[in-house]
Every structure is written in structure tokens, then in C-alpha cells.
Design a protein around this ligand. Structure first.
Ligand SMILES: *Cc1c(COP(=O)(O)O)cnc(C)c1O
Length: 394
């Protein structure tokens, strides 16, 4: 029988982990090195490092064209892009968001003095449940931020109908959804605007970076002003603002990585399919599928460990960590369970049963184009043996 070790076992007997180097979730994708260095040369030649430089302008045009959207306003990161979008939409009071998302979605609101109100998810998609959204609307609600979790589109039409009916603003956190589609249309065109993240760990990265994409001319103009301290021309400040500018180095990385996009995505799909196959026959472990009729980066390999499994999700995480496989339990315990929001809403969990279930079950595995099929098989066999033998396998 194959032996599964915990971190404690390893510490006691000093046995080496299965992998000498740690395998991370969100290992950065790096495109062609020569292409990247050539872009860096352009920056040095032009001696233009930031402040809406030529590479940022080119990057914005390329992204807008790629997504089929009128405006791309590039930013230093996705969180600042969310904050600027939230200000530009004039959100205040309460805004409805999922709790099952990366903490930045909630923080971007709270940092702007707005109360994030957490609505529950549909357990089959991990995206906002429209009925849950409806139940959280109060007279103070001014907007909804939908999140396209794991790159799968939120229920856009239902959310838009709710927003229209109640006079609310709708925008999307599309940090996971670069290149995803909804009913065949590319994410980026929906709501008043959508916000992308190009953080190093995302499927497509600019090292750090983000953008607001929209078809709304006025909104695009307002966010451009806010991104650059409200400057219109050299000396004329016409609006309050902040520093949300993307630097040229980040645009350079984006331009190089855009060239590598096809290879990254086919690698991601291969990895997802290999995990699907390798974890396919384990009772109590289900790898989340993506809709075959829509585009998705397949960047996230998300498994759910349910009560049919003989071991818990946390026991699997501990065993994988002992083998240097740094699987993650994103976004445990849900935003509502994190200290700032737990103190604000101590009973939020009562109306978030599906979020709490996902938080107990979800396991995100190291993926991406750079992981090998042998590594995937080794990871899967660790999980398989644990699930077959339980903790008795130790
Ligand atoms: C990564 C991420 C963000 C934040 O983006 P940064 O570029 O890291 O600031 C926001 N929302 C979600 C859902 C994310 O995954």
C-alpha cells in the first residue's frame, strides 16, 4: 500500500516530500523570453516609463480589440480598477456581492466606505444565485457586483433584469474571466463595466495589472481621469483622483504574453482534462467542469471533496502540502468569515449555506500549462490512495 504522509510524519521521520520543489497554484505564465526582452528594449529606447506611455496605449488597443469592447482603461492592478469603477459608478450605501470570491471584491467596496452585502451562490456554478441577490436588496442598495468565478460567467441576464427592475447599477469583477464568453459573447461587454486583473497568478498576466473595460464613453473618460489624479492636460485638475496608472514594464509583459495566449490556453485545457481523467473515479471527489459551449481559460482546476469521501478536504490539503503540493482552499472561509466582515456581520453565514458548503469542500490544485502529466498523476494518486484507505493509510 502506498503510504501517505502528513507534514507531522515528515517532520518526525525526515522523509523527503514527493516533489523537491513546491508546486504552486497560480504559477506565473511567462511568454517568450526574447519577445519580452524586445519589448523592454522599446521602453529604454523611448525613455518613457509611465504616464500613459506608448506600450500602455498599444496594450489598451490590443485588449479592447481582443475582447471586442470599445474601451480598455489599463490600471496598476485589479483592486484599484475595482475601486475606480465603483467610484465612477457613484456606488454608495450597500452593494450586493458574493461572499464566495477573492477578498478584493469586498475590500474594494469597504475601502470606499460602502457596505458589502453578501449574497449566496448557486452550488452548481459557484456564481451568484439571482434569488439570493433579490433577497438582499434594501432601500440602501445602490448596486450589484457580479463575479465570473473560475472564469465561468455569472448569470448576467438575470442580474441585469434585477438591476433594471430595482434601479441598481450592475458591474462585474471579471478578474478570472479574461477571454471567457457568455452565450458566445466575450466577457467585457456586460453591465456598466467589467474589471479585469492581470496579476501574476491569473491566466493572462502583466506581472501586476488590471483594467476597466466598457462600451460606455463617459464612464471610460471618467475612469481615465480618476486613474491619473483627475488631470486633464498638464496643470488642470478637474476631478478628484488617485494613482491607478499601469507602468510600461507591465504593458510590455502584457504584449509579450498576448502572443503566447494560444499556447497557454491549450496547455491549460490539457491540464484540466488530465486532472479530470486522473481524479475521475474517486468517490466524493468531483472536478468542476466548464461549459463546453463557452470559452473559458481552464486556468483553475477546482475539486470539491464531499462527505462521501473517507477523509476531509483539510486532511487532503495537509497530505498534499507534506508532499510539497501547495493546493489551496480558495476562498475559505468566504469573505463573510474573514475578520473585518465577520465583525460587521456575525450572523451572515445563516443566509449563505451554499457559500459555507463550498468553503468546506473546495480544493484548488496546482495547474497551468507548465505542470507535467506525470506530476498530475502523482498528485492524483496521493488523493486516490487517501480516499481509498482513509487515514489508516498512514
Ligand atoms: C485577483 C482578483 C482580484 C484582484 O486583482 P489584483 O490585480 O490582484 O488586485 C479581484 N477579484 C478577484 C475575483 C480576483 O481573483
Amino acid at each position: 500500500m502506498k503510504t501517505i504522509r502528513t507534514a507531522t510524519d515528515l517532520a518526525l521521520n525526515g522523509a523527503p516530500p514527493a516533489f523537491a520543489e513546491p508546486l504552486h497554484v497560480g504559477r506565473p505564465n511567462i511568454g517568450d523570453r526574447a519577445a519580452l526582452l524586445a519589448q523592454f528594449e522599446r521602453i529604454l529606447d523611448a525613455r518613457w516609463l509611465t504616464n500613459n506611455g506608448p506600450l500602455v496605449q498599444e496594450f489598451e488597443h490590443r485588449i479592447a480589440r481582443h475582447l471586442g469592447v470599445k474601451h480598455c482603461v489599463a490600471m496598476c492592478n485589479g483592486t484599484i480598477a475595482l475601486e475606480i469603477a465603483i467610484r465612477a459608478l457613484g456606488l454608495h450605501g450597500e452593494v450586493i456581492v458574493p461572499s464566495w470570491t477573492f477578498i478584493a471584491t469586498a475590500h474594494a467596496l469597504y475601502w470606499q466606505g460602502i457596505t458589502p452585502v453578501f449574497a449566496d451562490i448557486d452550488p452548481s456554478t459557484h456564481n451568484l444565485d439571482p434569488n439570493a441577490v433579490r433577497s438582499m436588496i434594501t432601500p440602501r442598495t445602490t448596486g450589484i457586483i457580479g463575479v465570473h468565478l473560475w472564469g465561468r460567467a455569472a448569470p448576467i441576464e438575470e442580474l441585469q433584469a434585477i438591476a433594471d427592475k430595482h434601479g441598481l447599477q450592475l458591474m462585474f469583477d471579471a478578474a478570472h474571466a479574461f477571454g471567457s464568453t457568455y452565450k458566445g459573447r466575450t466577457i467585457g461587454q456586460f453591465g456598466r463595466c467589467e474589471v479585469l486583473s492581470f496579476h501574476a497568478t491569473k491566466s493572462f498576466n502583466t506581472m501586476e495589472g488590471g483594467a476597466i473595460v466598457t462600451n460606455d464613453d463617459e464612464l471610460a473618460e471618467a475612469t481615465r481621469l480618476m486613474r491619473n489624479f483627475g488631470f486633464s492636460g498638464y496643470d488642470n485638475v478637474i476631478h478628484p483622483g488617485t494613482n491607478g496608472k499601469m507602468i510600461e514594464v507591465c504593458a510590455a509583459a502584457g504584449l509579450a504574453n498576448l502572443e503566447a495566449l494560444g499556447a497557454t490556453q491549450s496547455g491549460n485545457r490539457r491540464t484540466h482534462a488530465a486532472y479530470k481523467q486522473a481524479l475521475g473515479n474517486i468517490t466524493g471527489v468531483t472536478v468542476l467542469d466548464y461549459d463546453a459551449t463557452e470559452s473559458n481559460s481552464h486556468h483553475y482546476v477546482v475539486a470539491e471533496v464531499d462527505e462521501r469521501c473517507t477523509v476531509t478536504r483539510d486532511q487532503i490539503v495537509a497530505a498534499l502540502h507534506a508532499e510539497n503540493v501547495l493546493a489551496r482552499k480558495y476562498f475559505w472561509p468566504g469573505c463573510h468569515g474573514m475578520k473585518p466582515y465577520r465583525e460587521l456581520f456575525p450572523h451572515a453565514g445563516r443566509v449563505l449555506p451554499n457559500t459555507e458548503l463550498a468553503a468546506e469542500r473546495v480544493l484548488v490544485l496546482p495547474a497551468g500549462p507548465s505542470i507535467s502529466s506525470d506530476e498530475i498523476e502523482q498528485i492524483a494518486s496521493t488523493i486516490r490512495v487517501m480516499c481509498q484507505w482513509g487515514l489508516g493509510g498512514f
